[in-house]
Design a protein around this ligand. Structure first.
Ligand code: HEM
Ligand SMILES: *[C@@H]1O[C@H](CO)[C@@H](O)[C@H](O)[C@H]1NC(C)=O
Ligand SMILES: *[C@@H]1O[C@H](CO)[C@@H](O)[C@H](O)[C@H]1NC(C)=O
Length: 501
């Protein structure tokens, strides 16, 4: 290249990079401007000021604890964060209205579906209207069948017997500290993958590296959820456009997930799916579109993985703090399973007889719901039953975590862990779904509720019967990391001991 041309080239490229970065900076300033406008940072009400300056952190460990405090004080059980254009409620009448009576006006909405859209596509979790109705009908038919319930139960008991118990036994002898949350995340991922895909990622084997699929799925769901944390979507959309930073990583993780998902779908197509019992094979009987099949199944992975792990983690935090509850559970297990050998697991029927265990699981979910809050976006102006005006486009949230701590719903002892509150004469009595919203309520109520409860109870019985688990730092108040499901930040180190009979 002659010298003139090369200097010309250099000057061109520096002009180009100048323009490029100039553009990026301008865009960022514009994004910041939009952020300020959208947030209405000048709102000076006490709640908004505390939010904007983060001064609530002085008194509360978690944002959800501060919201709980505000909602307890509010006479209607509803607050409005003007700077976020967000109404938050714990009022059961409002919730019934949003999730059933005027359901059509409170879809998940675009802000939610664009954040998770690249990962979830047109899966049930991420859609509204007719496509949702169609998938809901199909999925509830499949999940309601006796055969899939049997299949799920077999997978659960199998993983407990051959993976979870051996792992705990191994650790118990050694007085090692184990991250229980991590173990439950691996356990539930193995389980939900086998259930949805017929694929065994083998995550529970701690001596093996996490499978590629698990790692990619983890990264993809974490980075997708983090999109919702930036002040304005303009920022992540710009990063996606330029394919830089976290958006580049997200793109790579999603294509890894896709590659593996399509490989499984194609393999299944070749080898035949009619005798397989997993969800994918069942859906393949009526759907041919590979992308659509992938979308449907991925939603189930997201729905059924971290939720279960989170529910189990907080259950064992609470048991560790309440040995008296643990010993009642143990007595109940012993009385129901008198003639069952110690290394056998509880049957479906035996678990149905364990009312106290069922109460303890519900009580734990009440205080530490895996999904802490749930938002919809109002389509038109509306008025909630408590008189709150909802302007079109307002994010309308109901707060499961705060609801579990409302005296007006649970009585003066709402903050206490008391399984007895669920029992009448020793028999478990369910609470209305609009008071106990842990599994959502109304038309979009969780489709995996029964399966989730069976899974949590199975693990609880197997573990409590044989081991004593103690949280290493028993006074520790859980601090949650932000995300779609409640995750204890830093994990949950525990010490495990085997009980000698
Ligand atoms: C303790 C465990 C679980 C909890 C606390 C839980 C909670 C929830 C919540 C709050 C929703 C509503 C989300 C929304 O619409 O905004 C939901 C929906 C859903 N859940 Fe669960 N879930 C659990 C386990 C499961 C499992 C194991 C499965 C699958 C086998 C599952 C499948 C679903 C599906 C498919 C939906 C979407 C329903 C729809 O949009 O029509 N869930 N769940
Ligand atoms: C875990 O993987 C290692 C190495 O592949 C294998 O030797 C071991 O048996 C596995 N352990 C369990 C509990 O499956
Ligand atoms: C919800 O809880 C309140 C307060 O305990 C109770 O009065 C009400 O009947 C419950 N709602 C339903 C639908 O059961």
């Amino acid at each position: 290249m002659d010298p003139d041309a090369s200097s010309w080239f250099r000057s061109m490229s520096s002009t180009f990079s100048f323009l490029f970065f100039g553009f990026t900076i301008l865009f960022s300033i514009f994004a910041l401007f939009l952020y300020v406008v959208r947030l209405r940072l000048w709102c000076s009400c006490e709640i908004c000021r505390s939010y904007v300056t983060s001064s609530w952190r002085k008194d509360f460990a978690n944002l959800c604890d501060w919201y709980t405090h505000l909602l307890r004080k509010s006479p209607t059980g509803t607050i409005h964060l003007h700077v976020l254009n967000n109404i938050i409620t714990v009022n059961p009448e409002n919730i019934e209205y949003m999730l059933k009576t005027n359901f059509e006006n409170y879809p998940k909405g675009k802000p939610f579906s664009t954040v998770l859209g690249d990962l979830l596509g047109r899966g049930i979790f991420n859609i509204d209207g007719h496509p949702w109705k169609f998938q809901r009908k199909m999925a509830s038919m499949e999940l309601g069948s006796v055969s899939i319930r049997m299949f799920a139960f077999e997978l659960i008991t199998d993983d407990i017997r051959s993976r979870l118990i051996p792992l705990f036994s191994l650790i118990a002898g050694k007085e090692e500290v184990l991250d229980l949350q991590d173990v439950f995340r691996r356990f539930s991922f193995d389980n939900i993958c086998k259930f949805s895909f017929g694929l065994d990622p083998g995550c529970l084997n701690l001596s093996q590296p996490m499978s590629k699929f698990a790692t990619a799925f983890d990264t993809a769901s974490k980075l997708s959820a983090e999109r919702a944390l930036v002040p304005t979507p303009v920022i992540w959309k710009l990063k996606r456009l330029l394919s830089i930073g976290s958006e580049k990583k997200l793109k790579e993780a999603i294509s890894m997930v896709n590659e593996l998902a399509y490989a499984i779908i194609e393999e299944r197509k070749r080898t035949g799916f009619s005798t397989n019992k997993d969800l994918l094979s069942r859906f393949m009987a009526s759907i041919d579109d590979h992308k659509y099949l992938r979308d449907i199944v991925i939603s189930f992975l997201l729905a059924g993985r971290d939720t279960i792990a989170s529910g189990l983690t907080s259950f064992f935090i609470l048991l560790s703090q309440h040995p008296e509850v643990e010993s009642v559970i143990r007595q109940e297990i012993d009385s129901v399973m008198t003639s069952t050998p110690c290394d056998d697991l509880a049957s479906f029927e035996q678990m149905r007889e364990m009312h106290y265990l069922n109460a303890a699981i519900h009580e734990s979910l009440r205080l530490y719901p895996p999904v802490q809050f749930d938002s919809k976006f109002a389509q038109e102006d509306d008025v909630l039953p408590d008189g709150s005006f909802v302007k079109r486009g307002t994010r309308t949230t109901y707060h499961q975590y705060a609801m579990g701590r409302m005296d007006r719903i649970w009585g003066q002892d709402s903050h206490e862990f008391k399984p007895e509150r669920w029992l009448k004469n020793g028999v478990f009595v369910p609470e209305s779904l609009y008071n106990f919203t842990v599994f959502h309520a109304g038309f979009r109520v969780c489709l995996g509720k029964e399966m989730a409860l069976v899974e949590m109870k199975s693990v609880a019985v197997a573990v409590v019967r044989r081991f004593s688990i103690r949280v290493a730092d028993s006074k520790q108040v859980p601090r949650f990391s932000p995300g779609l499901t409640a995750t204890v930040s830093g994990g949950l180190p525990v010490v495990i001991q085997e009980i000698k009979n």
